[in-house]
Design a protein around this ligand. Structure first.
Ligand code: FES
Length: 146
């Protein structure tokens, strides 16, 4: 039921770990399944190119595979390009996910956005199209956030 690429990234995840003194760190959880993902970014302040990206995921296989693929997709990209790395892009790169696991890929997109938000806050810049991230992907569903 999982593609070969998903199985590959699950059993042999890329870029696992932490970045010391990261430019931006983002953590997002999914309270419904209890999974948590943290993304670390190392960004060049002049070129805005993402030099490195690492992740730590306490979650299901699909969450591990999508975070691994997401790190590969954003490394070498500019912040603006990384904003285009949506959960759909990650899923396509993995040759798809079973429908019940699609929500897991949202964690990767949200965690990257959270890390970019952290970078923007620390550096006093605005990133086009980036909104304040959620702490949990279900935030705002049952309670007002604004
Ligand atoms: Fe929680 Fe996949 S089941 S992220």
């Amino acid at each position: 039921m999982y593609s070969e690429k998903v199985m590959d990234h699950f059993t042999n995840p890329r870029n696992v770990g932490e970045i010391e003194n990261a430019s931006g760190v983002g953590t997002v959880g999914n309270a419904k399944c209890g999974d948590i993902m943290r993304i670390f970014l190392d960004i060049d302040n002049d070129t805005h190119i993402i030099k490195d990206c690492k992740f730590k995921t306490f979650g299901c296989g699909a969450a591990v595979a999508t975070s691994s693929m997401a790190t590969e997709l954003v490394i070498g990209k500019t912040i603006e390009e990384a904003m285009q790395v949506t959960n759909k892009a990650v899923m396509e790169a993995l040759d798809g996910l079973p429908p019940v696991k699609v929500h897991c890929s949202l964690l990767a997109e949200e965690a990257i956005h959270a890390a970019l938000w952290d970078y923007a806050q620390k550096n006093g810049i605005e990133i086009e199209g980036l909104k304040e991230p959620k702490k949990d992907i279900h935030d705002g569903e049952e309670e007002e956030e604004y």
